[in-house]
Design a protein around this ligand. Structure first.
Ligand SMILES: [Zn+2]
Length: 489
């Protein structure tokens, strides 16, 4: 097959009116279109505006994304009757007794269970408000959780009740957990659904971050051994189980490469660990405190895993860099093996210390965090989402992803945010640099550019895992030598 169009390795060569000749699942030739047409006159020809290395999502939670896809998207629905109609439609597709879940609504009042009881008489229903601080449930859900007139309000929560004192179907704050703890845990089906959706969106690989229950690390191995993964999956283990595993690659299906740690929380909940105090007081908090992880990290590095560290606040980033420095001083190869996830807020003093590191960031978080950053850190904050400054550091590798389901794995939206920074225009990237963070960089960050059939660049002998573009949008991928279309979003 001969693919015609502009051939572009982001951050490198660009061949307008170029062509790529595929043989099986390898790139067999690259060059000017006229030359390749003459050389391969029999080849089937397909034309696109642009051909680049395949796109990756460098930070995603496929199990939870699959779970999210299976729940009702009620974002910004304000009328309880509209929500009940959506629930009734969902109930018609569910077996009796199966849970219906969803979230995102914004109500002015607290409805009782009646609309939901009528919409799904045979299914327990659990719906969360947009701010996640309350839940609307039906009688079946209350019964499944054993919540009745004898149930006391938990500390920090309230079960709303009717005149007779019976739970009416609405739960505030901590009381939501009474029902939430009955929800079925994530299943292999969720993982399958999440990965299928990511592949359908045109990703050729995704990097999963300490995802799901402990069994998920077995599910991905089973799927990889059976050749069932619809894209290449890079996997980080939760810290609780990594000692039972070794780094491994199963073909070009699965690459178990890292162990996930959390330096701190998140900005919106003011648990991101900061150097400076929040306007409301406090400085957030460490979770896996990097000041106490030297021994654990030495073990992780000795086992051949990459330590993959969530770090959002300025202090979290600083303490992580201190940890890396201490390990390096002890002769351990920390700098080239660590990965920082998010690195959302970085002080001027710490910025140059990110040189030589792999830094994984999420452009859509900057869009979603606009108001929060202004409110908590001030309108003139200069520490947030320093994409172009980080990309320019010597030896630093900037990787982009979505963190789905925290944000949608929306590549078009991510590219738009990356090239028009939602908070600070000066941090915007050019299209090539943004694309590099979605294609070449994530492959190199995992060492896939050194494999026998390298990933991440279009070159003779490379694996034919490509992205196909029209009008600046991803319209297809080449996966295992075949063109697959991406449905319009
Ligand atoms: Zn995440």
């Amino acid at each position: 097959m001969l693919l015609l169009g502009e051939v572009w390795n982001p951050g490198g060569e660009r061949l307008p009116a170029g062509a790529v000749y595929l043989q099986g699942s390898l790139v067999a030739d690259v060059g000017p279109a006229a030359d390749l047409k003459a050389r391969y006159p029999q080849a089937k020809r397909v034309r696109f505006e642009r051909i680049t290395p395949g796109v990756q999502d460098a930070h995603v939670h496929p199990v939870y994304w699959g779970q999210w896809l299976d729940s009702l998207d009620l974002r910004d629905v304000c009328d309880p009757r509209a929500v009940a109609e959506a629930v009734a439609r969902a109930a018609s597709r569910k077996a009796p007794g199966e849970w219906i879940r969803g979230g995102g609504y914004v109500f002015d009042n607290y409805p009782n269970s009646r609309l939901l009881d009528a919409a799904a008489p045979a299914n327990p229903v659990y719906l969360e408000s947009r701010d996640l601080h309350s839940a609307w449930v039906n009688r079946r859900a209350l019964a499944a959780a054993g919540v009745d007139e004898r149930t006391a309000d938990p500390a920090g929560g309230r079960v709303l009740r009717d005149d007779e004192g019976r739970p009416s179907g609405y739960l505030l704050e901590r009381a939501v957990e009474l029902v939430a703890k009955q929800l079925p845990p994530p299943r292999k089906e969720d993982l399958r659904r999440g990965l299928a959706d990511l592949a359908r969106r045109g990703y050729v690989a995704v990097q999963a971050m300490g995802d799901g229950p402990a069994e998920a690390s077995e599910w991905v191995r089973q799927m990889a051994l059976a050749g069932e993964l619809p894209l290449r999956l890079a996997w980080t283990l939760p810290k609780s189980i990594w000692r039972s595993y070794t780094p491994e690659k199963i073909g070009e299906q699965l690459h178990v490469f890292g162990v996930k740690y959390f330096s701190d929380g998140a900005l919106t909940s003011r648990t991101a660990w900061m150097v400076d105090t929040y306007p409301s007081g406090g400085r957030g908090m460490p979770l896996d405190d990097p000041r106490e992880q030297d021994g654990e990290m030495a073990d992780v590095l000795a086992a051949g895993f990459a330590p993959v560290w969530h770090a959002i606040g300025t202090r979290a980033v600083r303490e992580l860099l201190n940890l890396i420095d201490r390990l390096e001083a002890a002769g351990l190869p920390a700098r080239r093996n660590f990965r920082i996830e998010h690195a959302q807020h970085v002080t001027d003093a710490d910025l140059p210390r990110l040189a030589g590191l792999r830094v994984s960031m999420q452009p859509l978080h900057a869009r979603d965090d606009q108001q929060t950053v202004a409110r908590l850190l001030g309108a003139t904050d200069l520490t947030s989402y320093r994409w172009s400054e980080i990309a320019a550091l010597p030896g630093a590798t900037l990787l982009f992803g979505s963190d789905a389901p925290v944000a949608e794995p929306d590549l078009t939206g991510g590219m738009a945010a990356a090239t028009r920074h939602p908070l600070r225009p000066a941090e915007s990237l050019d299209v090539g640099s943004a694309l590099h963070a979605y294609t070449t960089a994530p492959a190199a960050a995992l060492g896939w550019h050194r494999e026998e059939a390298p990933w991440g660049r279009i070159a003779v002998g490379a694996r034919a895992v490509l992205a196909l573009w029209e009008d600046g949008s991803l319209v297809g991928r080449v996966w295992r030598g075949k063109v697959e279309q991406v449905p319009k979003q």
